[in-house]
Design a binder for this molecule. Structure first.
Ligand SMILES: Nc1nc2c(ncn2[C@@H]2O[C@H](COP(=O)(O)OP(=O)(O)OP(=O)(O)O)[C@@H](O)[C@H]2O)c(=O)[nH]1
Ligand SMILES: [Mg+2]
Length: 302
C-alpha cells in the first residue's frame, strides 16, 4: 500500500499596506466572515488568526494591520509590531498589493520580504479593476522588485483566483503536525469578534476621525432566558476621546447610537447564530491611543 501523504502545517501571514484587501483575502481563504472589512484604511488593528483545516493539512492564516509608515500614536506602533511578529513566525508570507499602490524599493514591506528567509507569494488583489495589459505591467513591476516569487492575481472580493492560490499555499507548506485542534477556527474568544463587529459598524456609520477615536470594551456577556426563549445579553462600552465625540456618537436624541445598536445586533446575531440583546454605552477615555495601560486593557499586546 502507498504511504499516506505526510501532514503539512504552517503559519501563512498576510501582509500589506492599509486597504489592500488583506481582511477580504483572509475571509475568502478560510470561508468565514472573520475579519472586519471596510473601505476605510486602518480597519484592522490586531493580528487575527483564521485556521483552515484539511484532513492532511492545517493552515494558520494571520490577517494583520496595514503597515503604517509614520506611526502617530502608541497604538500605531503596536499595530506595526504585530506586523513584525508576523514576519518572525511566517512559514509563508502572502504579500498583497492592489492595482494602484506605488511599488518601489523604498516600500517597507518589500524591503523586509526581500531579506526574509521564508518563501513569499506576491498577490495582486482587485484584479477585477485591471485590464489585462495593466495586469501584465503590474506583474513585471513586482517581479523586478521581488524576483523569483510566485505571483497570483486575484479578486478576493469575488473569490476569483482563490482556489489556485490555495493550491500553491498547500504545496509550499512544511511537513508537520497540527498546531491547534482540528475543529478550531481561531484563537480569539467570541467577545473579541463581537467587539470587532461593533467597531466595524462604527467605521461604516460615522465619518471623519470619529471611528479612529473609538475602542470597544465588552463589559458583560451572559447567556440567559427571555419570554421568547434563550438570549445572549451583551453589554458593550464604546470608548472615545472627549465629550464632543461622545455626543456625536450618541447623536441627536440618541438616534445615531440606536441605529448603531440595531445594525450591530443584527450582525452579531448572524455571527453567533443566537438571539442577542445588546446594550451600548459611550464613555470618554482621554487619549487612550497613547496610554500603555489602556492599550493593554484593549488587548494591544504581543
Ligand atoms: N474591487 C475590489 N475591491 C476589493 C477587493 N478586495 C477588497 N476590496 C475592497 O477594498 C477595501 C479594503 O478591504 P479590506 O479587506 O478591509 O482591506 P485591508 O487590507 O484589510 O485594510 P486594513 O485593515 O485597513 O489594513 C474594501 O472596500 C473592500 O471591499 C477586490 O478583489 N476587488
Ligand atoms: Mg483589514
Amino acid at each position: 500500500m502507498a504511504e499516506p501523504a505526510p501532514h503539512r502545517s504552517g503559519f501563512v501571514n498576510i501582509l500589506g499596506r492599509p486597504n489592500m484587501g488583506k481582511s477580504t483575502l483572509l475571509n475568502a481563504l478560510v470561508g468565514e466572515k472573520m475579519s472586519i472589512i471596510t473601505s476605510k484604511p486602518q480597519t484592522t488593528r490586531h493580528r487575527i488568526i483564521g485556521i483552515l483545516n484539511g484532513e492532511d493539512f492545517q493552515i494558520v492564516f494571520s490577517d494583520t494591520p496595514g503597515f503604517i509608515d509614520e506611526p502617530a500614536y502608541a497604538m500605531h506602533k503596536m499595530m506595526n509590531s504585530f506586523i513584525t511578529s508576523s514576519f518572525d513566525d511566517a512559514d509563508i508570507i502572502l504579500f498583497i498589493t492592489d492595482p494602484y499602490e506605488p511599488l518601489n524599493e523604498e516600500h517597507n514591506l518589500i524591503k523586509r520580504i526581500s531579506m526574509h528567509p521564508s518563501p513569499a507569494i506576491l498577490i495582486i488583489n482587485k484584479k477585477d479593476l485591471l485590464t489585462p495589459d495593466a495586469l501584465e505591467l503590474r506583474k513585471s513591476e513586482l517581479s523586478a522588485l521581488l524576483p523569483e516569487r510566485k505571483i497570483h492575481a486575484v479578486s478576493a472580493l469575488r473569490g476569483d483566483g482563490i482556489e489556485e492560490l490555495m493550491e500553491d499555499i498547500v504545496s509550499m507548506l512544511p511537513e508537520g503536525p497540527a498546531f491547534y485542534p482540528k475543529d478550531q477556527l481561531t484563537d480569539r474568544p467570541e467577545r473579541f469578534f463581537v467587539s470587532e463587529i461593533i467597531r466595524g459598524k462604527i467605521l461604516e456609520l460615522y465619518r471623519d476621525e470619529i471611528p479612529y477615536t473609538c475602542e470597544i470594551g465588552i463589559d458583560s456577556f451572559t447567556e440567559g432566558d427571555s419570554n421568547k426563549g434563550p438570549i445572549t445579553r451583551i453589554g458593550a462600552i464604546i470608548y472615545t476621546m472627549d465629550e464632543r465625540k461622545k455626543s456625536i456618537l450618541l447623536g441627536k436624541g440618541g438616534l445615531a447610537i440606536k441605529q448603531l445598536g440595531t445594525e450591530a445586533r443584527t450582525e452579531i446575531e448572524a455571527f453567533l447564530d443566537k438571539r442577542v440583546f445588546l446594550d451600548l454605552a459611550v464613555k470618554v477615555k482621554d487619549n487612550w491611543r497613547d496610554d500603555d495601560q489602556s492599550l493593554k486593557t484593549f488587548g494591544y499586546q504581543q
